[in-house]
Design a protein around this ligand. Structure first.
Ligand code: FRU
Length: 481
């Protein structure tokens, strides 16, 4: 380890201490989501379970609430609820990562935890260079950088990053998010027998290819995995134009499903499906855990989407990760469900149940900032809405078959909304935290993930039914022990 890496880690630790009071005094700090101890957090990285312990690393800028030369922060957990901040895994202290240890993934090989990440470098003129790098650990806590394992391949610009590595049969594979020289998004595939020497196989798929057509200028954070008999390619394309209710955020995340041919390196797939309907969801990463579940965590943020207006900046921190979700592929659709473990956060003695009908109701007994709310929708003739702290609202218009999440913008205070068409709503499960709401519709068929920033004193929850409405609501206060 060079002196520079240690120095940087030291400075970052000092920054945590220096800002601890300012950060922790923010009422918007989450009760059960992963956040930066100070500064900016973005993508989840290196998500893996090893020897019973879950590891989530994260893109981290400790010194400001803006992007820059990223570190890899590190959390560990045995139950996916209680997370401990581990020592900093990677600092941008070497020539090949001096402008950031960018996103990447983790695998286990020969009893070591191996991190693959992008070394981001900018020269004096601001030209970008990119290196795919390796760091290894024997204890899962301390990492030794091993340097560059892959240089930029011909035919791509230096926007070439975010290696996701996995094993298939007797070989290792790596996908890298990139663009070609015409600035069209791509996912490049590499193959290796030893994790050190990598050979380019070609593009798994690309913007411009059928049946996806033009799909943006850059694809970030690819992830390729098998799920319930299908192969899924998950990635975050940049440059899609809004289309009806779709692609409303600055950048998107979505997937292709089909069959991966490991001999040709090509995937035969259908059309692109956006993964989330809310305001803040980007760059998710999955892992196969030791129980064989495919789990996913995402960044509850979007690059360049009003980031400088988040009110948490005043408290020297910004952004958080989503709750961990279990993925399935059912009925030609990727389904997301909160991991079962989260049920252990329910304070059962504080469970409340209520039946709602055609009325307006302020749920005093349901007030709070941190809870799970489950609505069983038996029948809705016209519409209903649930309002959270006078700052966000979920509305279901059964006449039109439209589900809408509305919130007060943190940029200008005006109402803004995201919607999706839906045939029928059977249930809505809300995970509400001090400044976020994740809504799982029909057991994960659709998900709306968003931040919201209500006034501290307003902890209200109100229901408004219009026409005949029969909804059973159950609420659990949540607490990570
Ligand atoms: C996605 C991303 C990645 C990159 C990282 C840098 O949000 O832009 O492509 O590796 O963030 O922090």
């Amino acid at each position: 380890m060079t002196g520079r890496n240690e120095q940087l880690k030291d400075l970052a630790m000092k920054e945590i201490e220096a800002q601890r009071k300012t950060v922790e005094s923010d009422h918007r700090r989450s009760a059960f989501h992963l956040m930066p101890p100070v500064g900016l957090l973005n993508d989840p990285n290196g998500f893996i379970q090893w020897k019973g312990v879950y590891h989530v690393f994260f893109q981290w800028m400790p010194f400001k609430t803006d992007h820059g030369a990223k570190f890899w922060g590190h959390y560990t957990s045995t139950d996916l609820i209680n997370w401990e901040l581990a020592p900093i895994a990677l600092a941008p202290g070497d020539w090949y990562d001096k402008n950031g240890c960018y996103s990447g993934s983790a695998v286990v090989s020969q009893d070591k935890l191996m991190l693959f990440y992008t070394g981001n470098v900018k020269d004096e003129q601001g030209n970008r260079e990119t290196y795919q790098c390796l760091a290894e650990s024997e204890d899962g806590i301390h990492f030794d950088k091993k340097g560059v394992v892959l240089n930029l391949s011909e035919g791509y610009t230096p926007h070439f990053r975010d290696p996701k590595v996995w094993q298939h049969l007797d070989k290792w594979y790596m996908v890298v998010g990139t663009q070609n020289l015409n600035e069209e998004g791509r996912v490049a595939l590499f193959e290796s027998t030893n994790l050190k020497d990598w050979t380019l196989k070609g593009d798994v798929t690309a913007s411009g290819e059928e049946p996806i057509g033009d799909l943006g200028f850059m694809w970030e954070c690819p992830d390729l995995f098998e799920l319930d008999g299908k192969d899924i390619l998950l990635f975050s394309p940049q440059g899609l134009k809004p289309e009806g209710y779709l692609y409303q955020n600055v950048y998107q995340t979505g997937y292709l499903s089909g069959e991966m041919n490991y001999v040709s390196g090509k995937m035969n797939h259908g059309s692109f499906t956006e993964l989330d309907r809310g305001f803040e969801f980007y760059a998710p990463q999955t892992t196969l855990d030791e129980n064989g579940r495919r789990l996913m965590i995402g960044w509850m943020g979007v690059p360049e989407q009003g980031e400088e207006h988040h009110p948490t900046i005043e408290h020297k921190w910004i952004h958080m990760l989503t709750i961990p979700r279990e993925l399935h592929y059912e009925g030609d659709k990727l389904i997301q469900r909160p991991v079962k473990e989260l049920e252990a956060m329910r304070q059962n003695e504080l469970k409340k149940e209520i039946t709602l009908s055609n009325e307006e109701k302020a749920w005093e007994e349901f007030h709070g900032t941190t809870y799970e709310l489950l609505l069983h929708v038996q029948k809705v003739e016209s519409s209903f809405a649930v309002n959270f702290r006078n700052n966000a609202e979920m509305m279901y218009d059964a006449d039109k078959g439209i589900l809408t999440f509305k919130r007060k913008s943190f940029v200008d205070g005006k109402d803004e909304s995201r919607s999706c068409s839906i045939d029928e709503v059977h249930n809505l499960r809300f995970y509400v935290d001090s400044s976020s709401i994740e809504v799982f519709v029909n057991d994960g068929e659709e998900v709306f993930t968003s931040r919201f920033f209500p006034e501290e004193h307003d902890v209200s929850l109100t229901f408004n039914g219009n026409g005949f409405v029969d909804v059973k609501a159950t609420k659990w206060l949540l607490e990570a022990k």
